[in-house]
Every structure is written in C-alpha cells, then in structure tokens.
Design a protein around this ligand. Structure first.
Ligand code: DX5
Ligand code: ZN
Length: 220
C-alpha cells in the first residue's frame, strides 16, 4: 500500500545555507526534500532552478521532490535530470498539449513523473495522465494558490483528494500548502500520503516533533 512521505519545503529554509538546512531536515526525520522551482511567470515569484539542485545534490543523496511551477516544463526536464532531481512534478495547466511526451522524457532522464494542479483546476483534468500508457506516478493537489509559503490551507481541496484516493487506491497523492499540526488530519483522512510542509516545520522550535506528528497522522 501507499507509504507516508513527509517532505519539508525548502522554500522556507535559509537558502544561503541550503545544504545544512537540508541535512537538518533529514536528521529531523524528513523522507523527501521538497524543492519549489518557480519561474516568475507561471507564478508571481522566482526561486531556484537546476543549478541549485545540482549544487545541493553534491551534498546529499536524499530524494529531491521537485515541484515545477513554470510555464514551459518541457524545457526543464533535461537540466533537472542532469542536475540530479529525483521527482519531477509539473503543472497540468502548463502541459495541455504535450503531457505524454513530457512524462516520457521525465522517465527517460531517470526521474519520477508527477502532475500538480492549482486550486481552481478540476480534478478530472489529471485523470488522463494517471491512466495514460506512460502514467504519472504522483498527483500533487495544491491546497493554496502556488507561489508562496505561509498561506492558509484550503479545506475544500480535500474533495479532490478523496476522489483521487477512491479512484486510485495505490497512487501517491501529495498535498502542498498550509499543512501543519492543525490541518494534517483533514488531509490524512481524505487519503493524502505525501505531505509537503514549509512554514509549519521550519517555524517550529523542534522540526522533528512536527515531522513525526505529520507522519503519525498519515500512518494511522
Ligand atoms: C507554494 C509551494 C509550497 C510552499 C508550502 O507555492 O508549492 O511548497 O513552500 O509552504 P507552506 O507549507 O508554508 O504553505
Ligand atoms: Zn511546492
């Protein structure tokens, strides 16, 4: 069955000390490191790209769960693969006409393909990608508008998670945005098994306590 993956969002870390921040999260029990790639066009914010992934990869063997909030995800596949990304999750809104080619290229570069959707996008838009001949292996349900950390969780997105979990019992379903001790129960009971958490983990005096609380909610 599906297993819990707790993925601190490095967007909330001190980017000037990325390697030590990553190690701190792994020492605190993180399964994955969530890397938010933003192009200043698909979303109104600009973060990091393949060069930073490549630098971080030299310091850790951890699973780098890359979330691409970019207008042209196909252009990022080769650079991200060569940089050492583990998962490549693109947005369905940015891949209307070429998602099958995109998934194939992600796999051919040795990465695990995922698809994300914004709060305003209907869940049915990702069904074809999950059911394709070469399918995505994870769906990321955004629970805030993408672009920034520290926003408020949107509980109404849990309908999407419930629908996905009912339809695809063994699919990895990731939730991203506003997750923490006060919202994890909603996400876990809806069926999410991969949990991104930025401000709740980095803002805590003991990140390990928050990570284990998130894991326990998903696993029970
Ligand atoms: C938002 C990013 C998230 C963000 C989550 O666009 O995709 O990964 O860092 O941060 P929190 O957990 O603070 O909402
Ligand atoms: Zn993200």
């Amino acid at each position: 069955e599906v297993t819990a993956k707790i993925a601190p969002s490095m967007l909330s870390s001190d980017f000037a000390n990325l390697a030590s921040e990553a190690q701190r999260m792994l020492n605190s029990g993180a399964d994955w490191l969530h890397m938010d790639i933003m192009d200043g066009h698909f979303v109104p914010n600009l973060t990091i790209g393949a060069p930073v992934i490549e630098s971080l990869r030299k310091h850790t063997k951890a699973y780098l769960d890359c979330h691409l909030m970019v207008t042209n995800p196909i252009d990022y596949v080769e650079p991200m693969g060569k940089a050492g990304a583990s998962g490549f999750t693109f947005h369905v809104e940015a891949s209307k006409d070429n998602w099958q080619e995109l998934i194939q290229r992600i796999k051919s570069l040795g990465m695990r393909p995922g698809v994300a959707l914004k709060p305003g996008t209907p869940i049915g838009d990702v069904f074809p990608l999950v059911e394709a001949e070469t399918p995505v292996e994870m769906v990321l349900v955004m629970t805030v508008a993408p672009g920034f950390g520290g926003q408020k969780f949107m509980p109404e997105m849990m309908d999407k998670v419930r629908i996905l979990r009912k339809k695809y019992p063994s699919l990895d379903i990731e939730v991203d945005g506003g997750l923490g001790p006060s919202t994890i129960e909603m996400a876990a009971s809806a069926g999410a098994n991969c949990v991104v958490a930025g401000s709740s983990v980095f803002g805590a005096p003991e990140p390990a306590e928050v990570i284990s609380l998130l894991r326990n909610s998903v696993q029970k």
